[in-house]
Design a protein around this ligand. Sequence first.
Ligand code: TXA
Ligand code: MG
Length: 354
Amino acid sequence: MITKVLQVSDSGNFSGEDIRNIQEAADVIRSGGLAAFPTETVYGLGGNALDADASRKIYAAKGRPSDNPLIAHVSCMEEITPIVSEIPEAGRKLAEAFWPGPMTLIFQKSEVVPYQTTGGLETVAVRMPSDPVAQELIRRAGVPIAAPSANTSGRPSPTKAGHVYEDLNGKIEVILDGGPVGIGVESTIVDVTEEVPTLLRPGAVTMEMLREVVGEVRIDPAIQGPPSKDLKPKAPGMKYRHYAPKADMTIVEGEAEQVIAKINAMAAEKIAEGKTVGIICTDETKDRYPRGIVESIGERARKETIAHNLYAVLRDFDGRGAEFIFSEGFSEDHLGQAIMNRLKKAAGYHILNL
Ligand code: TXA
Ligand code: MG
């Protein structure tokens, strides 16, 4: 299959050509094919969420286990009614506060949503993205769009069209290239099917923001630590070793000066053994690491810059053949919860606490 890459402006001011390109991707999805597209979080790999065959194609293209359910993307509230059996109070409040935006809600599904899309579950994940290209594409497709992140299963999520091309060229019909995404980590997932809403995956809509709207929010214990037999995550996807770079990665946490010294010492040791070493630091510390491939992940003082660069840095180390990666750690409040959740997974929960 030849994968067409179609450019679109991501400003929301579409030219005639932008509209033709979005329509072409919408037609591909309407006729059962797959099109990748930008959202404000990461690029998605889209197919018709109501078509079991399209969902099967998504799993095949990603090499993803088919028990890992997909998120159905909609462009407005009217499109949600047919695919869910009810919208509980907490769900309505969260939708009003954060949609369109980087949040996914879990509802009881209706009969029209095939089990291939929900990985056999009675619930369906729904998200209303704010990205103008995503909005226009969903509207024109006229169906909810099932879209996991548009990466090969196990690789870091794609934050630009080039990442999608690396992973899925030849496997899907179209990639809509709307430039780099804004946020850079996947949406916050909240299960609202039970009395107390539960956070299943942290994202840019933070725990603090959720609590402000609905009061009590539980955290699925499975998102705090490594996968274990007794802790079955409620979001099946969270059990896989996601976001994995090829290198052996370690996060070093503690007081700044000690962290820098420890990373330099470990890097020196591996370099002496002839290994290729990557170091993930910040703008504030990048001049403190004399050896190894040193990449700043952003400004420690501005967490959104770190979320924005996180996956691109991990992919970059893969491309540069890093065998060991040492990363600074970050505080876990606000957006830091999502950042550390992804970094810890990438490191296989290999954390050194000084
Ligand atoms: O930001 C995002 O959410 C991106 C963009 C493309 O919208 N999508 C994304 O999809 O991250 P994916 O497939 O990579 O991650 C979806 C997660 C998985 O962990 C999956 O297990 C969980 O959502 N999920 C989906 N449906 C679920 C359900 N019914 N119950 C619990 N978890 C569910
Ligand atoms: Mg994913």
